[in-house]
Design a protein around this ligand. Sequence first.
Ligand SMILES: Cc1cc2nc3c(=O)[nH]c(=O)nc-3n(C[C@H](O)[C@H](O)[C@H](O)COP(=O)(O)OP(=O)(O)OC[C@H]3O[C@@H](n4cnc5c(N)ncnc54)[C@H](O)[C@@H]3O)c2cc1C
Length: 249
Amino acid sequence: MSEDRGLIRYLLRHQHTTPFEMCEIKFHVRVPMDCWRQWIRHRTANVNEYSTRYSLAIDASQRAGDGQWRMQSSDNKQGSDGFFDLERGKQFSEQELQLQNLSRSVYEERVNAGMAREQARKDLPLSTYTEAYWKVDLHNLLHFLWLRMDSHAQYEIRMFADTIGNEIVKRWVPLAWEAFQDYKVNAASLSNIEIEIIKALNLNGKDAAVEVARKFGLVPHAGQELKSNRERGDIESKFNSLGITIPWK
Ligand SMILES: Cc1cc2nc3c(=O)[nH]c(=O)nc-3n(C[C@H](O)[C@H](O)[C@H](O)COP(=O)(O)OP(=O)(O)OC[C@H]3O[C@@H](n4cnc5c(N)ncnc54)[C@H](O)[C@@H]3O)c2cc1C
């Protein structure tokens, strides 16, 4: 067991992909269409999706509870930040239910009138569930989980990824899962700029590190205003999480 652990950790650390490509798993997933649109971008899986040209669309839609309506983030255009209060959330949930019921009844009316399923479905909302068989090897599954369990992924797909990771993959391949946590999920990589700053900080102190940051355009010349800078912000978060002094603060 401990030899296996060492070997698996070595293989993952050195990105030997072949052994991980030899493990395959097939999921039967039921996912709302908006989430599926993100999921299907992962090209390295085999997909067989339920056809709503051939069969009736699944009569189930994803719903958000009164307390689950998220507000737009002001600093991340792709993200959310905080929740609407329950009263407002209740209105959104009621509206959602009305919309889903209406679109379903229009769909069924079209089908009952003899309209082709491929056209009748066109006004179903993105919250409608689809189903698929999703076959993927462990190497690409871990890549999917790394991207979609990350805090930057949308909450909805993150919940699916969390479940697949923690409830299935962790039990299926515990040693590979452990190595994945160590070498991917909880690992940190350093850019050349970060390495140069840390080196200067360790060897010659704060001022030298600020000089390096200045050379890379992260901090202005002395006396100038420190304007917000996304890359500098990312470096600050990383340094904070690693307990490294931020030289320009
Ligand atoms: C947080 C987040 C935000 C995103 N935002 C956007 C967005 O705003 N707009 C958008 O369009 N997409 C967005 N995406 C989707 C993203 O760009 C990828 O399409 C998706 O994550 C799939 O990743 P992938 O290509 O690495 O995976 P896979 O398709 O599974 O590929 C795995 C790896 O195989 C290799 N590979 C696969 N196919 C090829 C190929 N044909 N040629 C060369 N190499 C290949 C690549 O190395 C790739 O990384 C977002 C994804 C995330 C996680």
